[in-house]
Design a binder for this molecule. Sequence first.
Ligand code: ADP
Ligand code: MG
Length: 339
Amino acid sequence: MKRISVVFCLTAFLVTGCGKKENVKGSRDIFAMDTYMNLQIYGEAHDEALEKAETEILRLEKLLSVTDKESETYKLNASDGSPTEVDDDVSALIRYGIDMGSKTEGSLDITVYPVLREWGFTTGEYNIPADSRINELLKDVDYSKIILDENAVTLPVGAEVDFGAVAKGFTSDRIMEIFKENGVSSAIISLGGNVQTMGRKADGSLWRVAVVDPFDTDKTLGILETADKAVITSGNYERYFTGDDGRNYCHIIDPSTGRPAENGLVSVTIIGESGLKCDALSTAFFVMGRDRAEEFWRSDEDFEMILVESDGNIVITDGIQGSFENLSGLDMEVIAHES
Ligand code: ADP
Ligand code: MG
């Protein structure tokens, strides 16, 4: 029998500050998309907003789950090369996945799923596949071969998609839309440690979001003060297994090798307005490594980031220099846009 330990961890947690829980006007805990979610509304009470948000989370889960045999994603993956009509949200995510696949030069690839499954992520039957098996499966990994015509999706025979890298960011954006439509102006949500905030706290102060120390997940790397932003982390400690060889294998696959990504980073946190974009980039940058992440950031002024390198160096972008407090004792480098 193989001895395999699996670790699931929350990425970031919320620091509500000074225990001012009395300001929370509505809170809901939900287990969905394989993760714990917590929604908190401040200011006015908004039971209806929470109710609608929960209904939407469950609807999206039903569409996007890669393991639920009733889900659209499952049916699409079983379509064997024939065009399949999908829901607007599924087609939007596929369109986004193709676009981000191209912008990240394939580091984000929503068709990496057959490889991920072979390693046992999603089934729990972890193992280290033979190189020949990985290479065989990699032949069908290519986001650019997906054909999308309005809502009709055609996957090449052998290709399968998975929205694990983007589903939570997509969902947190949607929750924010629902909150807004229902008159909420102050809220913080955490979908398995991926945080998104709306407005400021009821007392007008900024939200304080704790980022986990990837070297010791019981500790806080630092606190980020923020408003109206998503704070989304991908880390090698989030979900991994320890192989017979004693090494840890994490659930983010480098599509260029078919193996868990090891490009010098242990965690990537992206801060920006769109949860979807932050989620996509946190996964992609984990694969791309520091230099390519930095290059991407320089060409796109729309987000900030906190990278933690395997050798214990923190790298942050200058836009959050004054709002991220490093509590870890690790060295921190600030990178700036060239002026
Ligand atoms: P988490 O879900 O832990 O917050 P991520 O957002 O980084 O983490 O997503 C990881 C998930 O994305 C994996 O479980 C898998 O479903 C999927 N995935 C893994 N590697 C890739 C990749 N290179 N491109 C696209 N999706 C990936
Ligand atoms: Mg992601």
